[in-house]
Design a protein around this ligand. Sequence first.
Ligand SMILES: NC(=O)c1ccc[n+]([C@@H]2O[C@H](COP(=O)([O-])OP(=O)(O)OC[C@H]3O[C@@H](n4cnc5c(N)ncnc54)[C@H](O)[C@@H]3O)[C@@H](O)[C@H]2O)c1
Length: 299
Amino acid sequence: MHTHVRDFRSVAVLGLGLMGRGIAQVITQAGIPVVVLETGEHRLAAGVEAIAAFLAEGVRRGKVTPEQREATLGRFTGTTDVADLATADLVIEAVVERAEVKRELLAAVGGVVAADAVVATNTSALSVTDLAAAVPSPQRVAGLHFFNPAPLMPVVEVVAALQTDPAVTAALTAFVERIGKVAVPVRDRPGFLVNKLLMPYLNDVVDELDAGLASAEDIDIALRLGLGYRMGPLELLDLIGLDTHHHATTSAYRATLDPQFAPPPLLGQMVAAGYLGRKSGRGFRVGCPAADTEEVAAP
Ligand SMILES: NC(=O)c1ccc[n+]([C@@H]2O[C@H](COP(=O)([O-])OP(=O)(O)OC[C@H]3O[C@@H](n4cnc5c(N)ncnc54)[C@H](O)[C@@H]3O)[C@@H](O)[C@H]2O)c1
């Protein structure tokens, strides 16, 4: 009954962008050394600088001691050469969300590390099963889906592809707990668990707003206070980025032809108009025309 669980000793993180740097930080903070692969020295430096700044803020707030900060930073090694990942027993891929880039890199890294090293991908929307098919010994491939920002968000989805050996998901679940997070095992479906349930909800809300059920503000107030959510759906959409949600739900729709993922017409129009939410200064709740008028009218 009891599956043998491996204790990973050396982790490789591929990509030191928004997610890679958060994932690498969480792992080094748990005392595990990490080697990070990036495309160039300046990207490595920028990533490590961002982690150092995050930890400095932790020191300022009294959440991290200066010693912990130094020890964490001392556990990083950066490289631009895949050959330097050879001794990693766990690889976590967090490079750009492009299937061909991920496939090529995962195949290369899978050929460099030991045949039984576990290979995980942090993809949000690509099929883990498709990516696993590109890696030698695909039974050791799984999804490890962190949420943004990785150092603060407590849950990680452990995604079993069609090929994944159950011992691999067991080892990843133990690893997630070891780095202080909560693991949720899920199957490989568009959106996995959280986003699979979130996308239709957000789509419904946009359709109901378009149909005039209530104002954007009142929809947010009612769902926040009625369900005890921390954010209303429309302020959440502004935070996620309307283009990001549009892209994700469109890709889930294409993969499944399930109408609950079909992008709402109003969402597509907002994206076409460049109203992308917080990042563009205008969305469903930020920078709405009424507020703009008031600002202009103010003396
Ligand atoms: N941003 C989010 O909220 C979020 C949440 C969960 C999962 N994800 C997923 O995490 C992954 C990374 O997303 P992100 O937001 O960190 O992207 P990002 O663009 O911030 O970072 C990607 C990094 O990958 C690097 N990279 C590209 N090709 C590479 C290669 N061949 N070798 C090494 N490094 C390479 C880039 O230089 C860049 O620094 C994506 O698959 C995304 O879907 C994102």
